[in-house]
Structures are given as structure tokens and as C-alpha cells.
Design a protein around this ligand. Structure first.
Ligand SMILES: CC(C)(COP(=O)(O)OP(=O)(O)OC[C@H]1O[C@@H](n2cnc3c(N)ncnc32)[C@H](O)[C@@H]1OP(=O)(O)O)[C@@H](O)C(=O)NCCC(=O)NCCS
Length: 308
């Protein structure tokens, strides 16, 4: 069955409300976020060049049945797809993905990651149909809070301060972009990317912890608590250490401080996302008792530009 898939290079208020309702239905059915938050925020706030949303509709009332989101990272593209739980197995996922790949082709082609949360056989089939192969894996890791006293004490080697809105953005972005220089999504943040996070209801400067040495920012642990009602599971949102100081215990101290902060605001658990190939971070998190809760998978392909 064919559906009408329309590309949206900018999202209006109405689009956002409609897509948000679809995403809530997907989340309620699947028990995980339908889209990566970074990508969704970027698109809602105007997005990086080449970012786009795709809406699939059907019927006289043109009801929204599925949504795909394409975002441009550093030298690559990311696609995510969400199909309404009542309209699965009807080819919508494939149509949306195909439309996104066509858009990549139109905008110069390149390496594409198609991210799927808790990927299963249906996702393998969709990817295979469009010639994508299995690529990166992302773990969501969790542990209970508070930390045991030995781990908690690792925070004591640092004096941290909270982020100051309007003052610390530039230094924080420089640190983040150096620490994540080789990371496809987390690197290359700019003032716009930062401002979009600061605008969020969950943003709390008190939870963005900074470590300085001689007035220079050397590391940071950004914690996140979604909503006051959802205090249970806090998140280590971004953990970054100046690459010149890696391996000196700073990451462990910042992680301990982030966990201490989350426990202090009432969280009884903490989770984080980490690339399965990030050995340094995985080692650190395992040594802190984090265990893999589930993993997300990226399927990859290289799209040739139009006209080649
Ligand atoms: C991951 C990161 C925060 C670790 O910070 P760090 O200050 O280098 O780590 P520490 O010195 O505190 O080391 C913590 C543990 O990890 C281990 N570790 C550090 N670098 C490692 C590496 N390259 N490979 C394997 N283990 C490593 C240390 O041996 C230590 O383990 P131990 O306590 O058992 O001795 C830091 O490398 C970083 O900012 N990386 C880039 C950004 C990033 O990937 N953030 C995490 C994203 S989820």
C-alpha cells in the first residue's frame, strides 16, 4: 500500500504538535524514546543544513501515521523513523527511509546511519531491503544510586562549579568539541546547538558541572533529569574531559560528582548512552558498576550524490 510521504525542510508549530503526538504514541507502545533527543531538538530549532523531517499520511483526514527525521552530523547523516503502533507492517518504515535516502542523494550523498532503538528482526529486514548493513551499536547503561562510598569519594578530588548561562557557553563548546572531535554527532556543536538545550524545560545549570584548573575549563559532567515527576532515573548527559588530561582520573571524578548530584536531587537510578566502541568510556562506566540495559543499532550505507 502506498502512502503519501512529504518532505519538510522546516517544521511549523502545527507539524511539531502533530509529530510530538505521534512520538508519544510510539513511546507509550515501545517503552523507549522514539527519536534521539539531540536530533529532534535540532530540527525543531531550525536544524543544521540538510536536516529534514518526512511525514507519511493517509486517508481523507490525512492522518499522520509515520515520521522520519534526517539530520546532518560531521561528515555523515543520521536517519530515524517512527511509525504509529497501529500502522506497522504496512511498508511505512521502508517508504520513509527511502524518502530520507533520496534526500541525502539530493544533498550531495554521503555516509548514512539509520538508528533503531532496541533493534529487532523487522528492522533488519527493512535495512536489508534498502541495502543497508549493520554498523555502530550504542549501549544504554544503568546503575542504582547512590554510589557506594568508595566510588562516591572519587568526586572529592575536584572542586566543581555550576555552569553560568551567558558566560560559559564558549568555553564549554570548545571543550566538548575537542573531547568529541571524532564523534559523528556529539562533536561540532555550535552556539545554536547549545542554545536549543538551554531552552529546554529540563535544562538546569546547577546540573551542568564544570571542573577548572587555573581558570581554564578542563572537564565537565552534564547531568539531566527529565521532569520533576520523573525523578527516578537521572542521566549522565554529556561527560567530557580535555583530551590533553585524559587518563588522569578526571573522568572518574566527574562521573562520581555527576552521580552524587543526581542522587542529591532525588534520583535513585542513573543511565547514560555510550558508543559500544568507546573503550575508555565503557571501561570507566563498568568500573562504576553500570550495566548494559539495552542497545540501539545503526544500519549504515553510502549514498552516491545525484548525477554520479
Ligand atoms: C571517557 C572519558 C570521560 C574518560 O575520562 P578520563 O579522565 O580519561 O578517565 P580516567 O582517567 O578517570 O579513567 C577512568 C578509568 O577508565 C580507564 N581508561 C581511561 N582511558 C582509557 C582508554 N583509552 N582505554 C581503556 N581504559 C581507559 C582508566 O584506566 C580508568 O580505569 P581504572 O579506574 O580502572 O584505572 C574521556 O576519555 C573523554 O572525555 N572522552 C571523550 C568524550 C567521551 O567519550 N565521553 C563519554 C561519552 S559517553
Amino acid at each position: 500500500m502506498m502512502h503519501a510521504v512529504e518532505v519538510k525542510r522546516r517544521l511549523g508549530e502545527e507539524d511539531i504538535a502533530e509529530i510530538a503526538a505521534l512520538l508519544s504514541a510510539v513511546e507509550a507502545a515501545d517503552h523507549h524514546a522514539a527519536l534521539g533527543e539531540h536530533q529532534w531538538l535540532d530540527l525543531v530549532h531550525g536544524g543544521r543544513t540538510g536536516s529534514a523531517g518526512f511525514v507519511a499520511r493517509r486517508g481523507g483526514d490525512r492522518r499522520l501515521l509515520g515520521y522520519a527525521q534526517l539530520s546532518r552530523g560531521q561528515g555523515n547523516w543520521q536517519v530515524e523513523v517512527a511509525v504509529h503502533p497501529a500502522h506497522r507492517d504496512q511498508g511505512l518504515g521502508i517508504e520513509l527511509l527511502r524518502a530520507a535516502l533520496a534526500e541525502v542523494k539530493l544533498h550531495g550523498g554521503g555516509h548514512v546511519h539509520f538508528w533503531v532503538a532496541q533493534a529487532g528482526e523487522a528492522d533488519d529486514a527493512i535495512a536489508a531491503e534498502l541495502g543497508l548493513n549493520r554498523g555502530r551499536e550504542l549501549y544504554q547503561m544503568r546503575r542504582l544510586l547512590p554510589l557506594e562510598s568508595g566510588l562516591d569519594a572519587r568526586a572529592d578530588v575536584l572542586t566543581l562549579r555550576a555552569f553560568r548561562v551567558g558566560e560559559d557557553e564558549k568555553a564549554w563548546l570548545a571543550l566538548n568539541n575537542r573531547a568529541f572531535a571524532h564523534h559523528p554527532e556529539q562533536g561540532a556543536w555550535d552556539a545554536h546547538t547549545m542554545a536549543a538545550r538551554e531552552d529546554q524545560a529540563w535544562f538546569d545549570p546547577a546540573g551542568l558541572l564544570l571542573a577548572e584548573h587555573d581558570g581554564r575549563l578542563i572537564g565537565s559532567c552534564w547531568t539531566k533529569v527529565d521532569t520533576p515527576e520523573d525523578r527516578g532515573l537521572g542521566e549522565i548527559y554529556v561527560l567530557a574531559v580535555d583530551p590533553e588530561l585524559a587518563g588522569e582520573g578526571l573522568g572518574a571524578a566527574l562521573l562520581a560528582a555527576g552521580c552524587r548530584h543526581l542522587a542529591g536531587v532525588g534520583c535513585d537510578g542513573v543511565m547514560l548512552y555510550v558508543d559500544a566502541s568507546n573503550e575508555a568510556a565503557l571501561h570507566l562506566y563498568k568500573s562504576f558498576g553500570f550495566a548494559v540495559d539495552h542497545h540501539d543499532r545503526a544500519y549504515v550505507t553510502d549514498v552516491t550524490p545525484l548525477g554520479t
